[in-house]
Write a new protein. Structure first.
Ligand SMILES: Cc1cc2nc3c(=O)[nH]c(=O)nc-3n(C[C@H](O)[C@H](O)[C@H](O)COP(=O)(O)O)c2cc1C
Ligand SMILES: Cc1cc2nc3c(=O)[nH]c(=O)nc-3n(C[C@H](O)[C@H](O)[C@H](O)COP(=O)(O)O)c2cc1C
Ligand SMILES: Cc1cc2nc3c(=O)[nH]c(=O)nc-3n(C[C@H](O)[C@H](O)[C@H](O)COP(=O)(O)O)c2cc1C
Ligand SMILES: Cc1cc2nc3c(=O)[nH]c(=O)nc-3n(C[C@H](O)[C@H](O)[C@H](O)CO)c2cc1C
Ligand code: SF4
Ligand code: SF4
Ligand code: SF4
Ligand code: SF4
Ligand code: FES
Lengths: 336, 191, 295, 201, 442, 143, 202
């Protein structure tokens, strides 16, 4: 006691052992299964793309903090790491390296640090980076690579277009679900990841496993992912019920594209989602509706990135109108 | 063009602020508070509608028949300027308390380039009619309102952020508008 | 030709109508903006520091124009010069104030005032003051978290890392008084700023009895009243075991400085004495400072 | 206390200290709307410069004849006339540019820059000063639009004034010639401009 | 399902190390330091002088106003000094120093008073006694009890709630008191019911004190109108607004008091003090203090005289261990960290907690990641992250609009924040600015 | 700046006393606080009528010319005013246009929709008392 | 700084505005007269330029001789421009469109040789993604249609069994393009059927 002066601080004097760093690394852990699947399916290109994104995100984070913001660097907090991984997960494996780097710069430089860094950004950095690339390089961003030789039972299905791409293109040119059916991967393939698409959205099963881990660790609450997926299922279900020839069934919609990746990992980004449970539900319904609208009626085969970004913009409004109920604000005194 | 197409287009796909670049000044300048932007949206709704009605009629039934469509710009701007002033006078005349309440609540109803722009764009609609022109003005002001209110709420929120020194003020507003506009590209092809 | 005629008719018609409308408008919406307000605002420094008590220069200008008697209104940043302009512009009497400058009345650097506890929490004097008396045993002295530095909008203060105390850069200080309000301990005082910026003041606020005060901080004023005896002008008073030098009576003769047993009286900017008595610690009050980014 | 600035300062302030785009943020709509290429930016800038110059001249000439209360409508008529003239001339002689600038030509009328200069400067100053002011502001505006257009064109299309300096099939950041690119590019250009001018000052 | 309040709350490790330790009596201290500001409100006025001889229980400082309280000599002895001494507020305050007269028989340890269950005083006399005998709330806020019990004509009261929740980790003073003075407390409750004229009382106890619940259930006479309610374990259930909500489903309005919903809440310790005052003429001179901490040799519960230096108590449990980094008066959630052990026990001291390195240091604060944890645990339905931000940015009127003043300072938000944000530090500061107590700069 | 009240339900605007006649005083409102920071404020808006004025039957304390004051309005009243002044006439116009265009020529329908505003504003002026009672604005001296 | 202004009397105001608008009206009317012709010329030129681009040299005025016809499946009317050289039909330009572009309408002007083969194609209107669909304006893409006779050249994308090489990553745009060409070809055929001898009286 003599050696070190006694500490004085305000209450409380104890603290729970959850830290934001641990939350972040839990997300990283949750993403590992999906990463392994994509490396299995796409091989080295997946590895290169992911590494590039992660390294460049961390590097930009470091450089910006050190030389532009002139603050302490907080690389260890894991947020840039997640941004890097999730950015890569939203890109086709083997995208030219310089494009990946450009995307990282946009994600970290424009979407995150221009707003002041971790916690202040309004829009999901990884998605801003992804959409920037999608708009800038539509060809490369929709060039889905073939799976590595001999992977999986159904090599054919892995080539070329994504499930949603096939649907969009086919239905637009007068085909019907029944004529398209042979070209759509089976539910099993989509679960396991033997389809085509962005690097990280391949295997629904791996993503769900990670999502389950996040839920179990209470990193995320169930509200956003469940409501997003339920809304999508409901909406696509209605269309499908009315006209099954021109609308794919809900299962295809849920298992294809970035629905699960988006719902569990990107829509749940703590920083860019509402703080209250009520708000989260509204936010998630918005994402579900917009995703389905864009998928069914817009130009883009997949809409969840845009849907999340658009709803990100609504978060301040949602936080404003869906506040927790203040204790004692609705007096329900019932004195006998 | 069908009405719902006009609506979806003006609000989402070709939002007048985020993709047509009309009314940027009030968008960047006066949208710091959500409640004000809601009020302002109401005012813009009325002003745009009435301005478009008058200018459409003027164009269709005076300028075109007389072969004077090259006077479009000058007549429109005069008419709009006078009209907005008229509305104010009338309001003040008929109900001073109402007028004053508005004065406290709404800093200004700018006649900005959005009003003129919408009036001109309304003339160019496919198989235009008065009804369509008015509906277009209405939809455009809804698009304006959407952008304005979203933007105001984001700005209120950013007041609490630790923005980098250089980003404060206009740059961050432009950046938010940019990302918002990027997100709205997702609506492409809805109409 | 027809087209020209038509255009002329249409335009003139519109022009006249618009002219009429706008005429009515101008009648109805006559604005009584007093041009003086803008004029006075031009004269003010535009620092919007709120040192005058109004939230900004514009509202101060409104106040100046609106008030009949402005003799108790003063812009500390612009000082007498600006107030003279204002007086000329408005034709009203203004008060003349001697220029003042902020001084830090605490010398409790880490060396002389041992830390007895460690504070953990937001580094803000106002917040830590809510919790307890501070890391040292002196509950009157500087807390060292720099609220005053943060409050100064003229970069006229910085925290000296060696002493842990704030330092005023006298040349930059506009005497706006924001630091005085910010300090939860009332450490900072506005004192007259004369030509060469000579000052003599007690650099301590400890009201405890001598022994206790000295135990907490070796340069604390112990209220021994030796300075009172030394002062030829009766400028010094002691209350609650604490000496105070009233600048109104003090003639800066410096006689009190050497007699203080704890060196709590600070003199600044005087030429060196012939007889060197134990030099006052050159912590607070020094004007020769190395520019330094604030803490 | 304040000395009146000489013609040189008058001219330069429009380009640097009071640059209408980067500092004063006037006329944002055309600034953002037409700058998908350097050529368009330049075209819009010159058109605006012309209207600004002419209306400043006219306003400074007739300033004593206009009763204060019809000042604004009178200025509007003057400005709108020149805009209409520009519109007609462009349509007749540079139809390509006319099409590119589209609705933003009539919107020059409401560009706050023009009315602002007429109101704040030309209506109070003599002809030469007004001309210099208009030139400064107009050139500042034109430069800014050209720079913005050039930035967007280079990034978005790999070309400058239509001259493409990257291979035909090279990838460029298409985003920059789309609407979001306008906002984003202007945002960072404004920061760069402010940094630069602060450093110079 | 056990009752509890619906929104927010946390469950920190309970660490009730001393719940099996009977309350010990430690010897009368040689010197007592009695601060005159031991309660909320106006400090008492000293009415003794240096060298005065005082008898035990004598009033030595008189209530300084309506919201104030008498202070009695906790020992017989001589006033040696009127001094300034650091109290739990962290600042030096006026106090009366009394040297114990070791020979005075009155200073002998109090014998166990036999239970006296018959109530002889009238309601007015009871309230007067409570006021005279310096009874203040012992649940933490030290609000003078006579003020709280003064019910105006137009106020309707239908239930007395006895707060036996003790939701703070580590503390066991109330728990032990309930076990050892069960009957006295029940009589105390009846006294208060009689004084207030209410027919209903509820003792709220968290379910981690099963033995106390059982004991009360056994001893509580049927038909007395006294109910015993077991509550789910959740911090801060002891907060009166939460407790009222949990027990009765009534919500105390935003800026209101329990009385607005017909309830008065008192801590079990206060009830026992009232019992002592009314039945045995004993003013408030001692209280139960839990001295605890993981590093202590023998954490214990004590009956401690007001004014006992904390150092004495720590001595009695084997001294301050090497590893000590923080000493807290009160529990870990709401207690105040002390700068030294020279601080005396006051009426509000419910425990002394000694914390070692592993818990004492706060984590480095990082940016808020808007995880909403603080929002979801706030029992008052506030948005702590927002309140802190607003305070940090100096937007006090906005913070006031966001109901910053309704924060009960329970600390749940700071406890859970994964980014270690000093939320409550700022909110407390913001509150003081909004109330106009602190200048508007941070 | 804008807010200084603790009650979120009111809207506060700064202004300057510009005219006093008996118990009614006129306050010229400052431009919106957000415009204040805008460097282009003086140049903005083609048809802006300059400063706005409100007339208040003053209570509480003498006011001096050019004295800065705060004008206070309940927030919901602001939205209500927007409704009466802009939204309702807009709806009226739209409704008239829709119905009349069923059986009238386009130009006539347009004219009708414009003219409908005349009776509307006439009605509004008839209900002057109601508005007077509803839209009460109060004054506060900032300290 | 203070400039003497006319007083704001009603007459002064109205008169000033009257004068200004008078001058404005005259000058605008005058400039309009001046530019009337160049404007018309410019408008015509835009069309003619497109026509020149897809047709061989002609001596008639195809614009004046254009035939507008409505076509099933086309929202707007389609246009048919005959090009004559000294009363010999040397080519025909036909507009064709498709709604199935990536972002909506694609409108083309297709020039046919008298033998029915495609001479050249100009893009009149398209909203495709810059850098993707917009490449349909590029020489590299257009080249493949030249001198092809749709009667023998299958105007479908290879993917769908035709002979058109799709733009990389823009199959949809290519399909729309091909559809528009097909439409133009059908219009051409239907119109030419009415003109059995491929010449016309002057
Ligand atoms: C000014 C003031 C007046 C109070 N008046 C009453 C009262 O009339 N009745 C009552 O039951 N409690 C009253 N209280 C006490 C509070 O209800 C509450 O018990 C006390 O502040 C401590 O509560 P806590 O320990 O939950 O913080 C009053 C408190 C204050 C600050
Ligand atoms: C967060 C919080 C926790 C509290 N916990 C307890 C508790 O565990 N036990 C208790 O008796 N009082 C607790 N209190 C104090 C009560 O709110 C209330 O003041 C007390 O029960 C009133 O009784 P008293 O006047 O007898 O002290 C707590 C207060 C707060 C704000
Ligand atoms: C941002 C973006 C823009 C696109 N733009 C076009 C386009 O302009 N034209 C087009 O045909 N397809 C466009 N597409 C659709 C895809 O490229 C689609 O996969 C493609 O048309 C079919 O692939 P393929 O041409 O390589 O067979 C776009 C896709 C995206 C994501
Ligand atoms: C559950 C969770 C989800 C996250 N999702 C994303 C994401 O989608 N994109 C991203 O850039 N960062 C994500 N992050 C990391 C971090 O929150 C993000 O970098 C911040 O938005 C940067 O301020 C996530 C973090 C967590 C804890
Ligand atoms: S040091 Fe104090 S008085 Fe001087 S300028 Fe800074 S804040 Fe104002
Ligand atoms: S002088 Fe006051 S405000 Fe400044 S650091 Fe010291 S205690 Fe803080
Ligand atoms: S300390 Fe205040 S804000 Fe934090 S959880 Fe408790 S009541 Fe809510
Ligand atoms: S718990 Fe901490 S990190 Fe989470 S929202 Fe609250 S302050 Fe922010
Ligand atoms: S240029 Fe100002 S609103 Fe368009």
């Amino acid at each position: 006691m003599e050696s070190q002066p006694i500490i004085v601080s305000a209450s409380p004097h104890v603290h729970s052992d959850r830290t934001s760093k641990r939350l972040m690394y839990d997300v990283v852990i949750a993403l590992i299964p999906a990463f392994l699947v994509s490396v299995y399916v796409f091989g080295i290109p997946a590895l290169i793309t992911t590494t590039t994104a992660v390294v460049s995100c961390l590097l930009f984070e470091y450089l910006i903090q050190k030389y532009l913001m002139k603050t302490e660097t907080t690389l260890g907090d894991g947020s840039a790491l997640i941004t890097g991984i999730l950015l890569a997960f939203n890109l086709p494996a083997g995208l030219p390296v310089w494009m990946v780097i450009a995307g990282s710069l946009v994600a970290i430089g424009i979407a995150k640090w221009s707003f002041g860094g971790l916690g202040f950004n309004v829009f999901n950095p990884a998605l801003v980076g992804r959409v920037f690339l999608l708009i800038s390089f539509p060809v490369q961003m929709t060039l889905w690579p073939m799976a590595a030789e001999g992977v999986g039972p159904n090599v054919d299905a892995v080539a070329g277009a994504t499930t949603l791409g096939i649907l969009k293109e086919g239905l637009q040119f007068g085909e019907t679900m029944s004529t398209l059916a042979p070209r759509i991967p089976s539910g099993m393939d989509m679960l396991l990841g033997f389809t085509s698409g962005s690097l990280g959205e391949m295997s629904a099963l791996a993503l769900l496993a990670g999502g389950g881990y996040l839920l179990a660790r209470r990193v995320i609450s169930w509200h956003i992912p469940v409501v997003v997926l339920a809304t999508m299922a409901l909406m696509t279900g209605i269309f499908w019920a009315v006209d099954p020839e021109h609308y794919a069934n809900p299962l295809i919609h849920l298992l294809s594209g970035g629905a699960i990746l988006g719902a569990f990992y990107m829509a749940t980004d703590l920083v860019t989602s509402p703080v209250t449970r009520k708000g989260m539900v509204v936010f998630a319904i918005g994402i579900g509706v917009l995703t389905v609208v864009i998928r069914l009626f817009g130009s883009y085969p997949e809409g969840i990135s845009f849907a999340i970004l658009i709803m990100n913009a609504f978060v301040p409004l949602i936080n404003r109108y869906f506040k927790p109920r203040r204790f004692g604000s609705r007096i329900k005194a019932k004195i006998v | 063009m069908e009405y719902w197409v006009i609506l979806i287009s003006a609000v989402f796909v070709n939002n007048i602020v985020l993709s047509q670049f009309l009314g940027i000044c009030p968008f960047l300048g006066v949208s710091g508070k959500v409640s004000t932007s809601v009020g302002m949206s109401g005012a813009v709704l009325f002003v745009m509608t009435i301005a478009t009605t008058v200018t459409y009629l003027l164009h269709q039934y005076l300028l075109l028949p007389l072969g004077l469509d090259y006077l479009r710009t000058i007549t429109f701007i005069l008419v709009i300027a006078a009209l907005v002033q008229m509305v104010e006078i009338v309001l003040k005349k008929v109900s001073p308390p109402l007028y004053q309440a508005l004065g406290v609540f709404l800093p200004l109803i700018t006649t900005n380039c959005a009003v003129l722009g919408v009036a001109i764009l309304a003339l160019g609609l496919v198989d235009a009619s008065l009804l369509k022109a008015v509906f277009f003005a209405f939809s455009s002001s809804l698009g304006f309102a959407l952008a304005l209110i979203l933007f105001a709420s984001i700005r209120e929120y950013l007041e609490l952020a630790n923005l980098p020194e250089g980003m404060k003020g206009v740059p961050i507003n432009l950046l938010v508008a940019g990302i918002l506009s990027l997100a709205f590209l997702g609506f492409a092809g809805l109409v | 030709m027809d087209s020209i005629l038509n255009s002329v008719i249409l335009l003139t018609l519109l022009g006249v109508v618009a002219g009429l409308v706008l005429y009515v408008v101008s009648k109805k919406f006559h604005v009584h903006e007093n041009p003086l307000i803008a004029q006075v605002e031009e004269l003010l420094p535009g620092a919007n520091c709120a040192g005058c008590g109004s939230p900004g220069c514009r509202s101060f200008a409104e106040k100046l124009v609106g008030s009949e008697d402005i003799s108790d209104l003063f812009c500390p940043v612009g000082g007498n010069e600006v107030m003279k302009w204002v007086s000329e512009a408005l034709g009203k009497e203004v008060a003349e104030k001697d220029p003042t400058v902020a001084v830090v009345r605490c010398q409790g650097s880490c060396e002389v005032r041992p830390k007895t506890s460690e504070y953990q929490g937001p580094r803000s004097c106002a917040i830590s003051a809510l919790i307890y008396s501070g890391e040292t045993d002196c509950q009157y002295g500087c807390l060292g978290d720099g609220d005053c530095v943060a409050a100064c909008s003229f970069d006229a203060m910085y925290m000296d890392e060696a002493t842990g105390l704030p330092v005023v850069i006298t040349d930059k200080c506009t005497s706006c008084g924001m630091c005085v309000t910010a300090c939860p301990r009332d450490i900072i005082e506005m004192r007259p700023k004369n030509k060469r910026d000579l000052k003599v003041y007690v650099g301590c606020l400890n009201e405890e009895k001598g022994g206790l005060a000295k135990k907490a901080c070796s340069v604390a004023c112990i209220g021994c009243s030796k300075c009172i005896d030394a002062c030829p002008k009766d400028a010094i008073t002691i209350e609650n075991n604490l000496a105070y030098i009233d600048p109104e009576y003090c003639t800066l003769c410096r006689k009190c400085v050497p007699v203080c047993p704890t060196h709590s009286i600070i003199e600044t900017n005087f030429p060196p004495r012939k007889v060197k008595v134990a030099p006052a610690p050159d912590t607070a009050g020094s004007v020769t400072v190395k520019p330094q980014s604030d803490a | 206390m304040k000395q009146t600035p000489g013609p040189k300062e008058n001219f330069l302030k429009g380009i640097i200290k009071e640059n209408p785009v980067f500092v004063m943020l006037l006329g944002m709509c055309p600034t953002l709307g037409v700058t998908s290429s350097a050529y368009n930016g330049l075209g819009m800038g010159v058109a605006t410069l012309f209207v600004l110059l002419m209306s400043n001249v006219v306003v400074s000439l007739i300033k004593t004849q206009i009763p204060a209360k019809v000042r604004i409508p009178a200025f509007i008529v003057v400005i709108a006339s020149f805009v209409t003239i520009v519109e007609m001339v462009l349509e007749a002689f540079i139809p390509f540019l006319y099409e590119q600038l589209g609705i933003f030509i009539p919107l020059i009328v409401v560009n706050c820059l023009i009315l602002g200069r007429a109101e704040a400067f030309a209506s109070k100053n003599n002809l030469p000063a007004s001309v210099i002011d208009a030139l400064g502001m107009g050139i500042g505006f034109t430069l800014a639009l050209t720079v913005l257009g050039a930035t967007r064109e280079v990034l978005g299309n790999g070309s400058l004034f239509g001259f493409r300096f990257v291979p035909e099939d090279a990838n460029t950041f298409i985003l920059f010639i789309l609407p979001p690119g306008a906002f984003i590019a202007l945002s960072y250009l404004a920061i760069a401009f402010n940094r630069l001018t602060r450093k110079v000052a | 399902m056990l009752k509890t309040f619906p929104k927010g709350g946390i469950h920190p490790p309970e660490n009730k190390l001393t719940s099996g330790q009977p309350i010990r009596r430690m010897g009368i201290p040689k010197t007592v330091y009695v601060p005159i500001a031991q309660h909320i409100g106006i400090p008492a006025e000293i009415i003794v002088e240096r060298k005065d001889k005082v008898t035990i229980g004598q009033v030595i400082a008189r209530s300084g106003g309506y919201v104030s309280s008498n202070i009695h000599a906790p020992v017989a002895g001589t006033v040696t000094k009127l001094d300034m001494i650091v109290d739990t507020s962290g600042y030096k305050k006026q106090c009366i120093v009394i040297r114990t007269d070791e020979k005075d028989p009155a200073n002998a340890e109090v014998p166990e008073w036999p239970l006296k269950s018959e109530i002889t005083l009238s309601p007015e006399e009871i309230l007067q006694r409570i006021s005279d005998y310096g009874i203040v709330g012992l649940g933490g806020a030290t609000f003078p009890a006579h003020v709280k019990l003064h019910i105006k004509k137009d106020q309707h009261l239908d239930c007395l709630i006895v707060n036996g929740v003790e939701c703070e980790p580590y503390l066991t003073a109330d728990h032990r008191l309930m076990l050892e003075k069960t009957d006295e407390i029940l009589v105390g409750i009846r006294i208060l019911m009689h004084a207030l004229g209410v027919g209903r009382a509820i003792i709220g106890i968290e379910n981690n004190k099963r033995d106390a619940i059982e004991r009360f259930r056994e001893r509580c006479p049927k038909g007395s109108g006294i109910q015993i309610a077991a509550l789910q374990v959740k911090y801060p259930q002891g907060g009166e607004k939460q407790l009222v909500r949990a027990l009765l489903g009534r919500e105390v309005p935003k800026n209101g008091l329990p009385l607005d919903v017909g309830v008065v809440v008192h801590n079990v310790g206060t009830i026992f003090a009232i019992y002592q005052a009314v039945q045995h003429n004993r003013p408030l001179m001692e209280r139960v203090v839990t001295v605890t901490g993981k590093h202590l040799q023998a954490p214990s519960n004590f009956w401690a005289r007001i004014g006992t230096p904390i150092a004495d108590l720590l001595e009695a449990v084997g001294g301050v261990p090497e590893a000590t980094r923080k000493i807290v008066s009160g529990g870990p959630m709401m207690g105040k960290a002390l700068k030294s052990t020279d601080v005396p026990v006051t009426k509000g001291t419910s425990g002394i907690l000694v914390i070692g390195e592993e818990e004492a240091s706060r984590g480095e604060p990082r940016n808020c990641i808007r995880c909403g944890e603080c929002v979801s645990v706030c029992p008052m339905g506030l948005e702590p992250h927002l309140l802190m931000n607003l305070t940090e940015k100096g937007m006090y009127s906005h913070a006031s609009n966001e109901d910053i003043l309704t924060c009960i300072e329970c600390g749940s938000c700071s406890y859970v924040c994964p980014s270690h944000r000093p939320l409550l530090d700022y909110i407390r500061f913001g509150k003081s600015v909004v109330k106009g107590l602190t200048p508007k700069t941070a | 700046m804008g807010h200084s009240s603790t009650d979120q339900q009111v809207y506060i605007h700064q202004g300057v006393v510009s005219e006093i006649s008996g118990t009614t005083i006129k306050v010229t409102l400052d431009a919106d606080v957000h415009c204040e920071s805008c460097r282009a404020k003086a140049l903005c808006g083609v048809a802006e009528s300059g400063g706005k004025e409100v007339e208040i039957t003053a209570a509480g304390g003498p006011y001096r010319l050019h004295e800065p004051v705060e004008v206070i309005l309940r927030k919901d009243l602001g939205q209500q005013a927007v409704f009466w002044a802009y939204l309702l006439p807009f709806l009226l116009m739209l409704a008239t246009l829709l119905t009349t265009s069923l059986f009238l020529e386009e130009w006539a329908a347009g004219a009708a929709s414009l003219f409908i505003l005349i009776p509307y504003y006439f009605l509004v002026s008839r209900f002057g008392n109601y508005f007077k009672k509803t839209f009460r604005i109060s004054l506060l001296k900032p300290d | 700084m203070t400039v003497k202004k006319k007083a704001s009397s009603l007459f002064n105001m109205v008169f000033a505005l009257f004068a200004i608008t008078l001058i404005a009206g005259i000058s605008l009317g005058y400039v309009n007269e001046l530019t009337l012709e160049p404007k018309a010329r410019a408008r015509l030129e835009r069309k003619v330029n497109a026509l020149k681009n897809v047709l061989p040299a002609f001596t008639n005025s195809p614009v004046d001789e254009a035939v507008r016809l409505s076509w099933e499946g086309a929202p707007d009317s389609l246009e048919f421009y005959p090009a004559m050289q000294d009363s010999t039909l040397v080519g025909v330009a036909v507009t064709g469109g498709s709604e199935k572009g990536y972002n909506g309408t694609v409108r083309l002007l297709v020039g046919f040789n008298p033998d029915g083969s495609i001479r050249n194609i100009a893009v009149l209107e398209q909203k495709e993604t810059p850098g993707l669909g917009t490449k349909m304006k590029g020489e590299a893409f257009l080249k493949q249609f030249r001198e092809k006779d749709p009667a023998t050249f299958d105007l479908r994308v290879r993917k769908d069994g035709g002979q058109v090489d799709a733009l990389a990553g823009a199959t949809i745009s290519t399909r729309a393009f091909a559809e528009a060409v097909q439409q133009a070809y059908e219009v051409y055929r239907s119109q030419m059927e009415g003109r059995p001898n491929q010449t016309r009286k002057p």
